[in-house]
Design a protein around this ligand. Structure first.
Ligand code: BG6
Length: 464
């Protein structure tokens, strides 16, 4: 059995749902300058808004104005928690102001009060790719150490303002994405630069900022629990050739565990030397990392990959990181391979290594749902995906006594895809009438998975 107070719920990010990109004094954020794309056409970071480009995050699903209606539906599903992020540029529109923007702070007060009405615990990501654009243009994003001060000031503002209202925090969404898509961290790298060097230095600044924020959160309220959040990479060896096995070991270590090692254990691991990167550290950095260890490990898990010493063969897609195709697995229409067993493998690895509570804060299936002739959305494929992953999660929790805080299904309401900018890559149990070009009424509608998830939560995961 899962524990009685298991945190069942759903997850979104401010930039993918709120819209209202210039309302309430909000400044532009890095995600406001990312165009729409699709599976074959990558999104573009335009730095300045182009009049003929479409930016889907500007309006998203207008959660900013629909949050009451949406939270009522989450409550109807029985959510015990709801994960979202705070849009940094609603609080500090440029990022380097002296004083925060009261209108932005007040919006999240209203949001948290609404959640409280239904006894839904907010799980808050402090930064989910939402850095104020000004910090990118004027400072170069996380490549600049000054960002640490701006971030810590922002984080402290949140801890003080929402003291007693929010207890669960995560410092950076998928902190490892900085290495793969530095632009997400506001780091625009020129061709002449060494991408690896620059992105790991930017990451170091985030590690320090995260550690300082963890410490501040604990100082401000000892009830605060702060987690890291990593995108996880599970890669199976292509063959039993020892070099393929070694490649798989490194794929997991370098893609996932390294980031937890620093944030959970509070120090760079010895194998970091093999990366050949020279991090510029300041005198106190080692101490800061040591004092800012996270309380739990939040992670996203969608799919697994295959890796080999020589990455030859058919490639498959995945969450930011790619790998080889696995002949034993089915994939989604976006090429993400569906693998509930990979979740067990991952949970075991994380728990055995750190013995810290885990939190599955993202998991789900992106699918181009269609409305049937009866006017309903019969998303049995999504139910099958979620069921198999929840079953896998329960198995390891029950048999191996892994401490798991909760499970938040990604995109519990349809939102703009982070990877492609599409609306049609839907994850929700709630359908939103909006298409890839921004047309639609924004009306919400329950899918079949809505009643199914309601039943799962009310039975605490027993009735799947
Ligand atoms: C994670 C992100 O990478 O995966 C989310 O934290 C994102 O922001 C999710 O939406 C699913 O990815 P996508 O590209 O299908 O939206």
């Amino acid at each position: 059995m899962l524990k009685k107070d298991f945190l069942w719920g759903g997850a979104v990010a401010a930039n993918q749902c709120e819209g209202a990109y210039l309302e309430g004094g909000k400044g532009l954020s890095i995600m406001d300058i990312v165009t729409a794309g699709d599976k074959n056409h990558p999104r573009r970071f335009t730095l300045n808004l182009e009049s003929d480009a479409y930016y889907p995050n500007h309006e998203a699903i207008d959660f900013y104005h629909h949050y009451k209606e949406d939270i009522a539906m989450f409550a109807e599903m029985g959510f015990r928690c709801f994960r979202t992020s705070i849009a940094w540029s609603r609080i500090f529109p440029n990022g380097d102001e002296e004083e925060p923007n009261e209108e932005g702070l007040a919006f999240y007060d209203r949001l948290f009060d609404e959640l409280k009405r239904y006894h839904i615990e907010p799980i808050i990501t402090i930064s989910h790719y939402e850095m104020p654009l000004h910090l990118v243009k004027a400072y170069g994003g996380w490549r600049n150490r000054k960002l640490i001060d701006f971030y810590v000031k922002y984080a402290k503002t949140l801890f003080q303002r929402y003291r007693g209202k929010v207890r669960y925090w995560m410092t950076f969404n998928e902190i490892n994405s900085t290495i793969h898509v530095p632009a997400i961290a506001g780091v625009i790298i020129s061709e002449k630069e060494d991408k690896k060097q620059v992105s790991y230095q930017a990451l170091h600044h985030q590690f320090i900022a995260s550690a300082l924020a963890v410490k501040a959160a604990h100082d401000i309220d000892s009830d605060n629990k702060v987690g890291c959040m990593v995108m996880t990479t599970v890669g199976y060896p292509k063959t039993s050739h020892p070099l393929d096995v070694e490649a798989a070991q490194q794929y997991l270590r370098d893609g996932t565990l390294f980031f937890c090692d620093v944030q959970v254990r509070g120090a760079y691991p010895s194998y970091f030397h093999s990366y050949g990167i020279d991090i510029q550290m300041e005198e106190n950095d080692t101490q800061i990392l040591k004092e800012g260890c996270v309380d739990y490990i939040g992670f996203s898990y969608y799919s697994s990959n295959v890796v080999a010493h020589h990455m030859e063969g058919e490639l498959c897609d995945g969450n930011i990181v790619k790998g080889l195709k696995n002949p034993y697995l089915e994939a989604s229409a976006w090429g993400w391979q569906i693998d509930p067993d990979g979740l067990k493998y991952l949970m075991r690895t994380l728990y055995e290594r750190y013995e810290k509570p885990l939190f599955i804060v993202e998991n789900g299936l992106g699918y181009a749902d269609e409305i049937s002739e009866d006017g309903k959305i019969h998303d049995d494929y999504r139910i099958a995906y979620l069921r198999s992953h929840i079953q896998a999660m329960k198995e390891v929790v029950e048999h191996e006594h892994i401490d798991l805080l909760g499970y938040t299904a990604w995109g519990c309401i349809d939102i703009v895809s982070a990877g492609t900018g599409e609306m049609k890559k839907r994850y929700g149990m709630i359908y939103v009438d909006r298409d890839d070009a921004g047309n639609g009424t924004n009306q919400r509608k329950k899918k079949d998975s809505f009643a199914w998830y309601q039943k799962v939560i009310s039975s605490n995961g027993e009735d799947l």
